[in-house]
Design a protein around this ligand. Sequence first.
Ligand code: NGO
Length: 498
Amino acid sequence: MRIVAAALLALALPLTSAQVPTESPAIALGSVVPAPLEVRQHGAAFRITDRTVIEAPRSARNVADRLAEALRPATGYRLPVVGQAGSNKISLRTDGSPGYRLTVTKSAITIGARENAGLFAGVQTLRQLLPPAIDAATPQRAKWVVSGGEIVDRPRFEYRGAMLDLARHFHTPAEVKKYIDAISRFKINYLHLHLSDDQGWRIQIDSWPRLTAVGGAPGTGVDGAGGGFLTKADYRDLVRYAADRYVTIIPEIDMPGHVNAAQVAYPELTCDGVAPPPRTDTEVGYSSLCIGKDVTYRFVEDVIRELAALTPGPYLHIGGDEAHATTEADYIAFQQRVLPLVAKYGKTPYGWNEIDQAPAATGAVLQYWNLEPTFTPVHASKVVLSPANRAYLDMKYDPATRLGLSWAAYIEVDDAYGWDPLSYTPERNILGVEAPLWSETLRSIDDIEFMAFPRLAAIAEIGWSARKDWESFRTRIREYYPRWELQGVDFYRSPRIG
Ligand code: NGO
């Protein structure tokens, strides 16, 4: 991040949440997470008033609506969205900018981008340039001033993901939407949903209705807590809600392991045809589909076909991790049949790094979750990095963390921030990064938020920003705290951030 001296000075003075000012000086133009690429602060500031309008072409109406929705509650202003305006406007423009370009003068704020996703990213930047009080749900007395100057910004990696495990504990569509709101503010653009596991099955599949009738029943969460599943209508609504925030949903059905819930519902999916007992403990690696049976592939194809039909995005994740109850030969034979099925229904196959053992993984995307510091794909074409000792949001922060696991590491915020995708594998292999959140210990949205934030913001900066600097991140994310407080997002107050 290039930034002028005055802006640097302001960056060095974080506010504590107790002192959210109503009449603060404007926030330095670069004080944004993830850090923008180029920042030039100069000229007069822009002030949003009750006369400000939002100008946008029809094609960017959705982004304009998101912007208006973000600014109206705290300002109390009308902020009408119009096709054309003179001055005192926030203007969204489709231009050639590969990421987005945000320009602030006395008379207008202009966000230009080639695509609506870029405009939306620019809107997220703008929200952080307004005083934190902008995140309040009711009208606030504040000067809605944005520093003058220009930001030119674009992502380092095209894929910046988060994952939520709905299988170990089900989380409702409303909770998933709140999570989408919170992650999209950091320019996360993929949400991977882990929809099946040994404990439960969380997505309606019409051709195999017992998957959710049995696998989504009450008591199918870890320790018998909760239960539930997404109907197809719920899922479509989530896909739409996410798309309106430029987040693409990726569904995951885990196989050939992690399938106990499916086998409880359909005993023919085991080799001996006997239903196993339901399991709500957190063991892994004990279940396997029966690799030699035809019914296995009828089941898998039906599930993939129905999921692909629900999924406008390019990727369909088939899990493939920890198949310890499947022999290596069987595992490869299974993937040789199943990976092409994903392509048959028009999707790019995506799986945990184990799928790379199968030659059919050529063209697939791998999600690297292991702990070794380097990784070279043999068959797959692209890698999403989620090293468990850095990027897993379900790892405890330290031994005292009330929630989470610790098998991979304790991950403080600076550990989540302090790694580089390029040290794992050459840049040409990398599609991006993802922060998975497994939910063995997480029941409520507060639990989810407490484990995700601030670490998700650290992973988002690794995925978006070309340059990294812990001290700068620490200051910028500290300044973000009051925004989470005002939005009712629970988060971990890390001693490393202060
Ligand atoms: C592993 C395992 C999951 C666990 C998670 C907990 C992968 C890819 N498989 O990650 O089943 O929930 O750890 O941290």
